[in-house]
Write a protein that binds this ligand. Structure first.
Ligand SMILES: [Fe+2]
Length: 420
């Protein structure tokens, strides 16, 4: 009986050996991270995402990228690709270092100038208080961008919204855009349904944008209500940094003064959907204070056009009082301020239904509401903004012209009797 047991055991070993090692094993071209670690083979340092451009202004641009290992990040940049200076980020006296997500703010740039840039990533192998070991340094290809410029007469910008993690239609839409002349892309909220991790941010937003344009054309991220959901929503600013450090801000390009507003959540803070973890009523009040000052600013008052990006419009058709909570606040508090400031155009999303809401009682400017699969293009000239709406494949289906408003003479404005 014992001999029979040995025979069975030997057969089992032979069978498992053949199962584990097929007759014609496939050659692995790249060892997995686990195999590499076990065998002592180190994966080479590389850029894993980006670079992509954020927080554009006349004098600054933020460059974001990731590496597969912790690094000291720097950027070489200049108006010529042959004579570049180096930039790094420091906060509170300390250089940003030992992370895989890198953000370098270039500042002091010239308006409307073309800049060349190259990423420089140096691996930090060991980071102790009195001993830091650096590994290899890699340099990226040279890329370029152009800073914003108030004096520019005309340019185009593109707006996409409510893509909700659907990558394939987004890629089709980005592939249909005619990029020459586009100075700016705006992602107008709810590009993701709720925020879970870094991989999602890159898969759903960053990677398609980098593939299509974002290494050379900046995009502005307008937070939607869905981007306030999930634990990782607290890290959104790490990936889409703004110059102000807030989700509401303004900037200028050509004859347009852009105002980006953050709608917050659509339901009340006490809605059980938020588990007691949001504070948007107070947040919107703070934003209202900022908006009042912003609309009084010289940049806003003197611009030929004032264009507002706001994910959630005031005119949602939500059927319950609960889901209209945020939109109702916007309608009551922000729209009167925007009317008084003679805003020319608002571009929104959120409803998943494309619509143009023409000026009407209580709303003195048109609102273009992007649908779930629309591309809104605006061609800006000194006298008008031509808005063209298209489907993902580029088929145009709607147009709107926003003419420059006639301004009161300067002397009337000086007397406080009109806006110049
Ligand atoms: Fe939304």
């Amino acid at each position: 009986m014992r001999r029979f047991g040995w025979v069975i055991a030997c057969l089992a070993v032979v069978c498992s050996t053949f199962y584990a090692f097929p007759a014609t094993p496939k050659k692995s071209t790249a060892p997995s991270a686990a195999v590499a670690a076990a065998s002592g083979v180190q994966e080479a340092l590389k850029i894993t995402q980006g670079p992509y451009l954020q927080a554009p202004s006349e004098t600054g641009m933020t460059i974001v990228w990731t590496t597969n290992k912790n690094c000291l990040p720097k950027v070489e940049y200049g108006t010529s690709s042959s004579a570049m200076q180096i930039a790094f980020n420091s906060r509170h006296g300390l250089l940003d270092a030992n992370t895989t997500l890198h953000r370098i703010r270039l500042s002091g740039l010239k308006p409307g100038a073309k800049y060349y840039y190259r990423l420089v990533s140096t691996e930090i192998v060991n980071f102790q208080a009195y001993k830091v070991d650096f590994g290899e340094t890699i340099r990226s290809d040279v890329h370029s961008f152009t800073t914003l410029d108030k004096k520019k007469e005309g340019f185009s910008f593109e707006v996409l919204n409510d893509r909700h993690d659907k990558v394939d239609p987004l890629q089709i839409a980005l592939g249909s855009i005619k990029w020459p002349g586009v100075g700016l892309v705006v992602l107008n909220g709810d590009m993701m349904s709720d925020l879970r991790n870094e991989a999602q941010v890159f898969r759903s937003v960053v990677a398609p944008c980098v593939k299509a344009f974002a290494t050379t054309i900046p995009f502005v991220y307008v937070r939607g209500n869905h981007e306030a959901r999930g634990y990782f929503a607290r890290m959104l600013m790490d990936y889409f940094p703004t110059d102000s450090g807030r989700y509401y801000f303004s900037f200028d390009h050509g004859p347009v003064h852009f105002i980006v507003l953050d709608c917050g959540e659509d339901k009340s803070d006490t809605s059980k959907e938020y588990s007691g973890l949001v504070d948007f009523d107070r947040y919107r009040d703070q934003e209202t204070d900022w908006l009042k000052a912003e609309l009084r600013s010289e940049a806003c008052r003197k611009a030929a056009f004032r264009v507002v990006f706001l994910h959630m419009p005031p005119n949602t058709s939500s059927s319950t009082e609960e889901t209209r909570h945020g939109a109702e606040y916007i309608k009551q508090k922000w729209i009167p301020l925007l009317n008084a400031a003679k805003v020319d155009l608002m571009i929104s999303g959120h409803t998943h239904r494309y619509a143009i809401v023409k000026p009407k009682e209580g709303q003195s400017f048109p609102i273009v509401g992007g649908g779930i699969d629309t591309i809104i293009r605006a061609d800006v000239t000194p006298r008008q903004i031509n808005v063209t709406s298209a489907k993902n494949d580029g088929t145009e289906f709607d147009k709107l012209t926003v003419a420059k408003k006639r301004r009161a003479p300067a002397w009337l404005a000086w007397l406080g009797l009109g806006q110049n």
